[in-house]
Design a protein around this ligand. Structure first.
Ligand SMILES: C[S@@+](CC[C@H](N)C(=O)[O-])C[C@H]1O[C@@H](n2cnc3c(N)ncnc32)[C@H](O)[C@@H]1O
Length: 244
């Protein structure tokens, strides 16, 4: 079969500081494209956006160390993401994503879905993971050791987090809030708890101390993380949205 070059596939990453995240997404989107277009050579480009110039500089260093020139760092804020539209053909992409709570750091989150809808083509996807306002495993872990003052730590909003040495306010969101926010522009296709049963990473000590319990929880993750209500009570929630 003759090999041709597919028109360039561009994806947008929002709030990036981890190059492995881009590498993994490149590999996955590459596999999906290759599977649905057998015989075609695929050229991918990732526009990696972040509000912080410091984080973008870090990304630039990683790009040159790993020779990943297909990643283009661009300074842009999530709430004004449509400003990057002139950077790609037709001003629209098929896939955009934002992982690990970058959207929790956007104070104007209400503006984001409309802005995003301007750069994602109809039928295209937006995949994001967002920190949840209620994490059941966190509440149970603190209750089990009688740290009652920490049972609902996320109710107090915002919390300050340090990003590149600068303190930024972070807001937690329920799955209901996020689903409603995106509803006018995006259909919700999937909700996955990340993780739904294991405690969040900062409580890893519990996982090690209670190993027999946590290995059972790991098995439950694989079966139940996408099921109601567990997919609404996790540390982060993975949302798959499709542009209307
Ligand atoms: C928690 S890190 C997540 C980074 C990456 N996605 C990961 O998984 O490691 C948050 C990133 O979001 C960026 N960020 C914070 N507020 C932002 C905003 N309003 N728009 C775009 N990026 C933002 C920060 O500079 C930082 O690099």
């Amino acid at each position: 079969m003759e090999t041709q070059t597919l028109a360039q596939q561009t994806t947008v990453s929002i709030g990036i500081c981890a190059v492995t995240e881009v590498e993994n997404t490149l590999r996955l989107t590459g596999q999906i494209l290759a599977a649905s277009n057998p015989g075609l050579r695929i050229k991918e480009l990732v526009i990696a956006t972040d509000i912080s110039q410091g984080m973008l500089n870090l990304l630039r260093q990683k790009i040159s160390a790993k020779k990943l020139e297909c990643i283009v760092p661009v300074q842009a804020r999530a709430a004004s993401i449509s400003s990057i539209a002139p950077l790609f053909d037709g001003g629209k992409v098929r896939i955009a994503y934002s992982f690990n709570g970058a959207l929790n750091l956007e104070p104007d989150i209400e503006k984001f879905p409309l802005e995003l809808s301007k750069v994602v083509e109809r039928g295209g996807y937006f995949v994001c993971s967002v920190r949840n306002i209620l994490c059941l495993s966190e509440t149970i872990a603190h209750a089990a050791v009688l740290q009652l003052d920490k049972i609902a730590p996320r109710r107090k909003q915002p919390t300050m987090v340090s990003v590149g040495g600068i303190d930024i306010p972070a807001f937690y969101y329920s799955t209901k809030f996020m689903s409603r926010l995106f509803e006018p522009y995006f259909k919700l296709k999937k909700l996955v708890g990340l993780p739904a049963f294991l405690p969040p990473a900062y409580l890893n000590d519990y996982c090690i101390r209670f190993r027999p319990v946590t290995s059972l929880l790991e098995k439950m993750e694989t079966v139940l993380a996408e099921r109601f209500p567990f997919n609404r009570l996790s540390d982060q929630t993975l949302f798959v949205f499709q542009r209307r």
